[in-house]
Write a new protein. Structure first.
Length: 226
């Protein structure tokens, strides 16, 4: 059903155009059938004209009903649907990634990447909109931690937080969420399986149209458990 609603919303104008063209032909057919039925004299002629009139009437009524259904759904139903109906998130699994633990495959990729140099400042963070308040840039973290921050933008869709070794573009999604957060917990991150070293932690927010906003990136250092 979500795919059906997305189809109606995405192709609303095209659907109206197709229905309008179909309506022109069907009403033209209806008009001609009605005229033929009116001027028909013989009973057999009137019978055939009545059949054509019935078919043209049925087609015209169907097009009108489809037009009304599209208008009703696009105007009253679709705007009230949850934002995540229209957000495509094929790389995220909100059920299987709630623990904040990276998969073994991503751990293997991280282990094979060369170490980079840690940056000392965050980038792309916007206070009160897209911001990480914990950890802070340069923080040393160990074990399992709870990330805190803010994700609050107009037309909010969802957020996710990811990690990558410093100097790498290989980002691994840790977890994600669908609710607005104001200076509160964003989710859990278990760092115990990571090789100690410097990493980038980024917070990514997507609006309800699927547009990805600039990420808030924070450099951190993972240290071993004592």
């Amino acid at each position: 059903m979500a795919d059906f609603y997305k189809f109606l919303a995405s192709y609303e104008v095209l659907i109206y155009i197709v229905l309008a063209i179909g309506g022109l032909f069907s009403f033209r057919w209806l008009w001609r059938s009605w005229r033929e039925w009116r001027v028909a004299v013989f009973s057999l002629e009137r019978e055939f004209s009545a059949r054509r009139l019935g078919r043209s009437t049925a087609i015209s009524v169907l097009i009108v009903l489809l037009f009304c259904a599209e208008f009703f759904l696009a105007t009253f139903i679709i705007p009230g649907l949850p934002a995540d109906v229209f957000v495509s998130t094929p790389t995220l699994d909100f059920i299987s990634t709630p623990t904040g633990t990276l998969s073994p495959e991503m751990m293997t990729q991280f282990a094979n990447l060369p170490a980079g140099t840690q940056s000392v400042a965050n980038a792309g963070c916007v206070p009160n909109q897209i911001d990480l308040t914990f950890p802070q840039p340069g923080d040393e973290i160990r074990g399992a931690i709870e990330l805190t921050g803010t994700v609050n933008i107009p037309n909010f869709g969802f957020y996710k937080y990811e990690v990558a070794p410093v100097g790498s573009d290989t980002w691994a999604t840790i977890a994600a969420g669908r609710t607005v957060v104001n200076d509160g917990p964003l989710g859990r991150w278990d760092t115990t399986a990571l090789t100690p070293g410097d990493y980038q932690l980024r917070l990514v927010v997507v609006d309800n149209q699927g547009s990805i906003l600039p990420a808030c990136v924070v450099p951190v250092r993972v240290v071993p458990l004592q």
